[in-house]
Write a protein of this length. Sequence first.
Length: 399
Amino acid sequence: MPESEVIQIGHRKNPKSQISVTSGVEIFFLIGLLGAAYGTVWLGVHLWMMINGQMDMWSDYLTQRHIHAIMQIYLFIGLFIMGFCYQAAAKQLEVKEPKPELAVVLTVFPLMGLLYQTINPLVGKVVLALPYFLTAIYVFSLLLKSSLKNIFSVGILLLCGLLALTRGVFLNVADPAMAVMVVWGGIGGVLLATQQQFLAGFFGAQRITGAGAFFTNLFYLCSLYNCYMFVSLRDFGHYKWVSIFASLTILTFILSTKGWKVIRSMLIDPLALAFSFGYLWALYGALLMFQEIVSNDLIQHTWSTGWIFPIIFATSLKIISFLSQKELMKPNTQIVMIVLWQIVPLGRAVLPLYTSLAVLPWLVGIAATVVFVSWFYCLLKGILTVRKLNEKAASLRSA
């Protein structure tokens, strides 16, 4: 698949002006970026310093930890996921469907839901869950028009991931055990679905098909069943089965997509490097679940910092660079940033098992801040450019 076809998922040309118009992916990315700035980086770094004794504990530490968990999953990662779904899902499923222009309205619901939980927790959770449920309905409507091949390669993972994210709103994600279930079952499923286009389009890999698709979906659905049983019963036996089936899902996915081919480009292509590091951390996190002595907080942050963030970092820059018609960050700089970022999962998920160096929290905090600020600046610059291009296209179209 040519590069332009991959990046132009959900992208269309105005026939009159030939200027790009998007379905609002940049708005989802913008709100998600702002959510990440406060909830994931600023709040996350401060909480990290507190639990390591480098700062005094806030009196409302538990409340802030709860806000951090919700914002990381639903106001940062979740919004990037929704943006990609509305920009790309129809193309991935090979369905000719007009993009829902009003989908950008959904970007206000996660923040409204978070704020309203302080007044009425149940209503707040419903408001927070609504955009993810509506996105799942949108994807389901596409599946009804798609082929069985596309349903098995992308559709099941995508739909079940969105439904798991919706269900996760009603769990206490401040409890790391619950967060692990939501991150794997929800975000993990969506990532496995959406990243196939990039693997196939840029690195000579392929989408999962045939037996590969059957077993990837089977193992993923078995992991979801055990996630549900663990959430219901808090039985560690089901927790171990989540670990086993999550590991099998990742391994089968890599083999079925021929994902190892990214290794050939990892020294020159930041997206390849992000995938290489990302899926190693994904497998490491799944295997860690099998160890009773390992904390759920460590596992959750293995996935969020090692697997999810590097992929969001690289794919968002590639998408917005294309749509803005600008190189937002040079490839070599991106590679340096992704390598520097590895201090975060190493310091958050590996080294704490073996050492308690006082300097470690500072290394993690500084690396996370440097990489995030660089990404924030470049991506924001591109998003603003895309908005100007869209406004120009709209004015020419109405002329």
